[in-house]
Design a protein around this ligand. Sequence first.
Ligand SMILES: Nc1ncnc2c1ncn2[C@@H]1O[C@H](COP(=O)(O)OP(=O)(O)OP(=O)(O)O)[C@@H](O)[C@H]1O
Length: 263
Amino acid sequence: MRLRLDAVSVEIDGATLVEKLSLAAAEGEVVALVGPNGSGKSTALRCVYRALRPASGAVLVDGRDITALSLRDSAQQVAALTQEAGTDLDFTVEELVALGRAPHLDGNQPLSRRERELCTEAMARLDVLHLARRGVLTLSGGERQRVLIARALVQEPSVLVLDEPTNHLDIRHQVELLALLRSAGPTVLVVLHDLNLAAAACDRVVVLSRGALVAAGPPHEVLTPELIHEVFGVRTSVVPHPLTGAPQVLYSLPTAVRTESRP
Ligand SMILES: Nc1ncnc2c1ncn2[C@@H]1O[C@H](COP(=O)(O)OP(=O)(O)OP(=O)(O)O)[C@@H](O)[C@H]1O
Protein backbone atom coordinates (compact mmCIF):
# COMPACT_ATOMS: atom_id res chain seq x y z
CA MET A 1 0.00 0.00 0.00
CA ARG A 2 1.45 3.36 -0.99
CA LEU A 3 -0.01 5.37 1.93
CA ARG A 4 -1.33 3.96 5.17
CA LEU A 5 -2.51 5.64 8.33
CA ASP A 6 -2.43 3.04 11.04
CA ALA A 7 -4.55 3.91 14.12
CA VAL A 8 -3.32 7.50 14.13
CA SER A 9 -4.36 9.55 17.17
CA VAL A 10 -3.56 13.21 17.74
CA GLU A 11 -3.87 14.90 21.11
CA ILE A 12 -3.32 18.56 21.80
CA ASP A 13 -3.63 20.05 25.29
CA GLY A 14 -5.42 16.95 26.54
CA ALA A 15 -8.03 17.00 23.74
CA THR A 16 -8.18 14.14 21.23
CA LEU A 17 -8.47 15.74 17.77
CA VAL A 18 -8.07 12.52 15.79
CA GLU A 19 -8.80 9.12 17.27
CA LYS A 20 -7.34 5.87 15.97
CA LEU A 21 -7.75 6.83 12.32
CA SER A 22 -6.82 4.09 9.88
CA LEU A 23 -6.98 4.45 6.13
CA ALA A 24 -5.03 3.29 3.13
CA ALA A 25 -4.52 4.46 -0.44
CA ALA A 26 -3.01 2.32 -3.17
CA GLU A 27 -0.59 3.56 -5.81
CA GLY A 28 -2.31 6.15 -8.03
CA GLU A 29 -5.53 6.11 -6.01
CA VAL A 30 -7.39 9.35 -5.27
CA VAL A 31 -8.99 9.32 -1.83
CA ALA A 32 -11.21 12.11 -0.51
CA LEU A 33 -11.35 13.02 3.16
CA VAL A 34 -14.68 14.67 3.97
CA GLY A 35 -16.46 15.68 7.15
CA PRO A 36 -17.92 18.65 9.00
CA ASN A 37 -15.89 21.66 10.10
CA GLY A 38 -13.62 20.73 12.99
CA SER A 39 -13.87 16.96 12.40
CA GLY A 40 -10.10 16.52 12.20
CA LYS A 41 -9.42 16.43 8.45
CA SER A 42 -6.59 19.00 8.42
CA THR A 43 -5.16 17.52 11.61
CA ALA A 44 -4.99 14.08 9.96
CA LEU A 45 -3.30 15.57 6.86
CA ARG A 46 -0.76 17.38 9.04
CA CYS A 47 0.42 13.99 10.31
CA VAL A 48 1.05 12.90 6.70
CA TYR A 49 3.18 15.93 5.82
CA ARG A 50 4.87 15.86 9.24
CA ALA A 51 3.65 19.16 10.61
CA LEU A 52 2.30 17.08 13.51
CA ARG A 53 3.49 13.90 15.13
CA PRO A 54 0.76 11.44 16.13
CA ALA A 55 0.45 10.71 19.86
CA SER A 56 0.08 7.07 18.82
CA GLY A 57 -0.18 5.13 15.59
CA ALA A 58 1.88 5.68 12.47
CA VAL A 59 1.85 7.07 8.93
CA LEU A 60 3.50 4.70 6.48
CA VAL A 61 4.60 5.41 2.91
CA ASP A 62 5.45 2.22 1.01
CA GLY A 63 5.45 0.45 4.34
CA ARG A 64 7.99 2.77 6.01
CA ASP A 65 7.08 4.91 9.01
CA ILE A 66 7.67 8.46 7.78
CA THR A 67 8.99 9.60 11.15
CA ALA A 68 11.93 7.23 10.56
CA LEU A 69 12.88 9.15 7.39
CA SER A 70 14.97 12.32 7.27
CA LEU A 71 12.88 15.42 6.53
CA ARG A 72 14.57 15.61 3.14
CA ASP A 73 13.70 12.01 2.32
CA SER A 74 10.08 12.42 3.39
CA ALA A 75 9.84 15.69 1.38
CA GLN A 76 10.87 13.66 -1.68
CA GLN A 77 8.00 11.26 -0.95
CA VAL A 78 5.20 13.55 0.20
CA ALA A 79 4.13 16.92 -1.21
CA ALA A 80 1.44 19.02 0.46
CA LEU A 81 -0.85 21.84 -0.43
CA THR A 82 -1.87 23.15 2.97
CA GLN A 83 -4.46 25.66 4.12
CA GLU A 84 -1.60 27.85 5.34
CA ALA A 85 0.17 27.61 1.99
CA GLY A 86 -0.29 31.26 1.02
CA THR A 87 3.21 32.63 0.78
CA ASP A 88 4.46 35.99 1.98
CA LEU A 89 7.70 35.63 0.06
CA ASP A 90 8.01 37.78 -3.01
CA PHE A 91 9.06 35.19 -5.58
CA THR A 92 8.04 35.15 -9.19
CA VAL A 93 5.73 32.33 -10.19
CA GLU A 94 8.51 30.41 -11.97
CA GLU A 95 10.83 30.79 -8.98
CA LEU A 96 8.19 29.52 -6.58
CA VAL A 97 7.36 26.53 -8.80
CA ALA A 98 11.10 25.72 -9.13
CA LEU A 99 11.31 25.59 -5.32
CA GLY A 100 9.31 22.35 -5.56
CA ARG A 101 12.55 20.70 -6.74
CA ALA A 102 14.41 21.71 -3.55
CA PRO A 103 14.12 18.31 -1.79
CA HIS A 104 15.83 16.73 -4.81
CA LEU A 105 18.75 19.18 -5.09
CA ASP A 106 22.05 19.50 -3.27
CA GLY A 107 22.55 23.02 -1.97
CA ASN A 108 22.43 25.66 -4.69
CA GLN A 109 22.70 23.15 -7.52
CA PRO A 110 20.96 24.64 -10.58
CA LEU A 111 17.97 22.91 -12.15
CA SER A 112 18.76 20.50 -14.98
CA ARG A 113 17.12 20.93 -18.37
CA ARG A 114 14.68 18.11 -17.52
CA GLU A 115 13.74 19.87 -14.28
CA ARG A 116 13.18 23.17 -16.06
CA GLU A 117 10.96 21.37 -18.57
CA LEU A 118 9.10 19.74 -15.69
CA CYS A 119 8.40 23.19 -14.19
CA THR A 120 7.21 24.56 -17.54
CA GLU A 121 4.97 21.54 -18.05
CA ALA A 122 3.46 21.86 -14.55
CA MET A 123 2.79 25.58 -15.07
CA ALA A 124 1.10 24.79 -18.38
CA ARG A 125 -1.04 22.04 -16.82
CA LEU A 126 -2.16 24.42 -14.08
CA ASP A 127 -2.82 27.21 -16.58
CA VAL A 128 -0.28 29.59 -14.99
CA LEU A 129 2.45 29.58 -17.63
CA HIS A 130 1.38 33.03 -18.81
CA LEU A 131 2.03 34.27 -15.25
CA ALA A 132 5.58 32.86 -15.02
CA ARG A 133 7.28 36.23 -14.58
CA ARG A 134 4.63 37.74 -12.31
CA GLY A 135 5.30 38.26 -8.60
CA VAL A 136 3.34 35.74 -6.55
CA LEU A 137 2.03 38.51 -4.30
CA THR A 138 0.28 40.14 -7.26
CA LEU A 139 -1.82 37.05 -8.10
CA SER A 140 -5.47 36.45 -7.36
CA GLY A 141 -6.34 33.78 -4.78
CA GLY A 142 -7.19 31.19 -7.44
CA GLU A 143 -4.07 31.93 -9.50
CA ARG A 144 -1.88 31.58 -6.43
CA GLN A 145 -3.59 28.31 -5.51
CA ARG A 146 -2.81 26.90 -8.97
CA VAL A 147 0.83 28.01 -8.71
CA LEU A 148 1.16 26.20 -5.37
CA ILE A 149 -0.30 23.04 -6.90
CA ALA A 150 2.21 23.29 -9.77
CA ARG A 151 4.98 23.54 -7.15
CA ALA A 152 3.67 20.39 -5.42
CA LEU A 153 3.60 18.48 -8.75
CA VAL A 154 7.21 19.32 -9.69
CA GLN A 155 8.25 17.81 -6.38
CA GLU A 156 7.33 14.48 -8.10
CA PRO A 157 6.06 12.99 -4.87
CA SER A 158 4.68 9.49 -4.54
CA VAL A 159 2.00 10.89 -2.21
CA LEU A 160 0.25 14.23 -2.68
CA VAL A 161 -1.95 15.61 0.10
CA LEU A 162 -4.15 18.62 -0.49
CA ASP A 163 -6.26 20.52 2.01
CA GLU A 164 -9.29 22.04 0.27
CA PRO A 165 -7.41 22.68 -3.00
CA THR A 166 -10.54 23.94 -4.76
CA ASN A 167 -10.78 26.95 -2.42
CA HIS A 168 -10.66 30.11 -4.52
CA LEU A 169 -10.95 28.18 -7.80
CA ASP A 170 -13.68 28.97 -10.30
CA ILE A 171 -15.76 26.05 -11.53
CA ARG A 172 -13.63 25.41 -14.63
CA HIS A 173 -10.43 25.27 -12.61
CA GLN A 174 -12.10 23.09 -9.94
CA VAL A 175 -13.09 20.53 -12.55
CA GLU A 176 -9.70 20.71 -14.29
CA LEU A 177 -7.85 20.32 -10.99
CA LEU A 178 -9.78 17.21 -10.01
CA ALA A 179 -9.24 15.73 -13.50
CA LEU A 180 -5.55 16.55 -13.16
CA LEU A 181 -5.33 14.83 -9.78
CA ARG A 182 -6.77 11.69 -11.36
CA SER A 183 -4.11 11.67 -14.06
CA ALA A 184 -1.14 13.20 -12.25
CA GLY A 185 0.37 9.92 -11.04
CA PRO A 186 0.87 10.29 -7.29
CA THR A 187 -1.42 8.75 -4.74
CA VAL A 188 -3.70 11.58 -3.61
CA LEU A 189 -5.34 12.24 -0.25
CA VAL A 190 -7.50 15.32 -0.64
CA VAL A 191 -9.74 17.17 1.80
CA LEU A 192 -12.86 18.36 -0.01
CA HIS A 193 -16.05 20.02 1.20
CA ASP A 194 -17.84 19.55 -2.12
CA LEU A 195 -19.29 16.05 -1.93
CA ASN A 196 -20.17 16.09 -5.63
CA LEU A 197 -16.60 16.84 -6.66
CA ALA A 198 -15.47 14.06 -4.31
CA ALA A 199 -17.96 11.66 -5.90
CA ALA A 200 -16.94 12.65 -9.43
CA ALA A 201 -13.19 12.48 -8.98
CA CYS A 202 -12.26 10.11 -6.17
CA ASP A 203 -11.91 6.35 -6.07
CA ARG A 204 -12.86 6.27 -2.42
CA VAL A 205 -14.31 8.61 0.16
CA VAL A 206 -13.33 8.58 3.84
CA VAL A 207 -15.75 10.33 6.19
CA LEU A 208 -14.61 11.79 9.50
CA SER A 209 -16.83 12.96 12.32
CA ARG A 210 -15.50 14.25 15.64
CA GLY A 211 -12.02 12.97 14.88
CA ALA A 212 -13.06 9.41 14.07
CA LEU A 213 -13.73 7.51 10.87
CA VAL A 214 -17.42 6.84 10.33
CA ALA A 215 -17.41 5.47 6.77
CA ALA A 216 -15.01 4.63 3.97
CA GLY A 217 -15.52 3.16 0.55
CA PRO A 218 -16.46 3.98 -3.06
CA PRO A 219 -18.56 7.17 -3.37
CA HIS A 220 -21.79 5.33 -4.28
CA GLU A 221 -21.53 3.19 -1.14
CA VAL A 222 -20.61 6.01 1.24
CA LEU A 223 -22.53 9.06 0.06
CA THR A 224 -26.05 8.04 1.04
CA PRO A 225 -28.76 10.40 2.35
CA GLU A 226 -28.68 8.52 5.68
CA LEU A 227 -24.93 8.92 6.17
CA ILE A 228 -24.97 12.57 5.08
CA HIS A 229 -27.80 13.30 7.51
CA GLU A 230 -26.07 11.46 10.34
CA VAL A 231 -22.75 13.24 9.82
CA PHE A 232 -23.69 16.69 8.51
CA GLY A 233 -27.26 16.99 9.85
CA VAL A 234 -28.57 17.90 6.39
CA ARG A 235 -31.41 16.31 4.43
CA THR A 236 -30.43 15.49 0.87
CA SER A 237 -31.48 13.50 -2.14
CA VAL A 238 -28.77 11.48 -3.84
CA VAL A 239 -29.28 10.72 -7.53
CA PRO A 240 -27.01 9.17 -10.17
CA HIS A 241 -25.29 11.62 -12.49
CA PRO A 242 -27.08 11.34 -15.86
CA LEU A 243 -23.83 10.84 -17.79
CA THR A 244 -21.42 9.14 -15.39
CA GLY A 245 -23.70 7.46 -12.83
CA ALA A 246 -21.64 8.97 -9.98
CA PRO A 247 -23.77 9.94 -6.98
CA GLN A 248 -24.89 13.56 -6.99
CA VAL A 249 -26.00 15.10 -3.73
CA LEU A 250 -28.92 17.49 -4.05
CA TYR A 251 -29.63 19.87 -1.19
CA SER A 252 -32.85 21.64 -0.40
CA LEU A 253 -33.04 24.55 1.99
CA PRO A 254 -35.21 24.09 5.09
CA THR A 255 -38.61 25.64 4.35
CA ALA A 256 -38.27 28.00 7.33
CA VAL A 257 -35.47 29.97 5.65
CA ARG A 258 -37.12 30.20 2.22
CA THR A 259 -38.24 33.65 1.24
CA GLU A 260 -42.01 34.05 0.87
CA SER A 261 -43.46 32.57 -2.29
CA ARG A 262 -44.09 34.78 -5.20
CA PRO A 263 -47.69 35.57 -6.17
N1 LIG B 1 -3.40 23.50 17.81
C1 LIG B 1 -4.63 23.24 18.23
N2 LIG B 1 -4.98 23.40 19.53
C2 LIG B 1 -6.23 23.13 19.95
N3 LIG B 1 -7.22 22.68 19.14
C3 LIG B 1 -6.94 22.52 17.85
C4 LIG B 1 -5.64 22.78 17.32
N4 LIG B 1 -5.66 22.51 16.00
C5 LIG B 1 -6.92 22.11 15.71
N5 LIG B 1 -7.68 22.12 16.82
C6 LIG B 1 -9.11 21.72 16.92
O1 LIG B 1 -9.20 20.40 16.45
C7 LIG B 1 -10.42 20.21 15.75
C8 LIG B 1 -10.13 19.64 14.38
O2 LIG B 1 -9.52 20.67 13.59
P1 LIG B 1 -9.18 20.47 12.05
O3 LIG B 1 -8.55 21.74 11.56
O4 LIG B 1 -8.40 19.22 11.89
O5 LIG B 1 -10.64 20.27 11.46
P2 LIG B 1 -11.12 20.19 9.93
O6 LIG B 1 -11.95 18.95 9.84
O7 LIG B 1 -9.97 20.31 9.00
O8 LIG B 1 -12.07 21.46 9.87
P3 LIG B 1 -12.46 22.51 8.70
O9 LIG B 1 -13.44 21.80 7.80
O10 LIG B 1 -13.16 23.59 9.49
O11 LIG B 1 -11.22 22.98 8.02
C9 LIG B 1 -11.13 21.55 15.75
O12 LIG B 1 -12.09 21.57 16.78
C10 LIG B 1 -10.01 22.54 16.02
O13 LIG B 1 -10.50 23.69 16.68
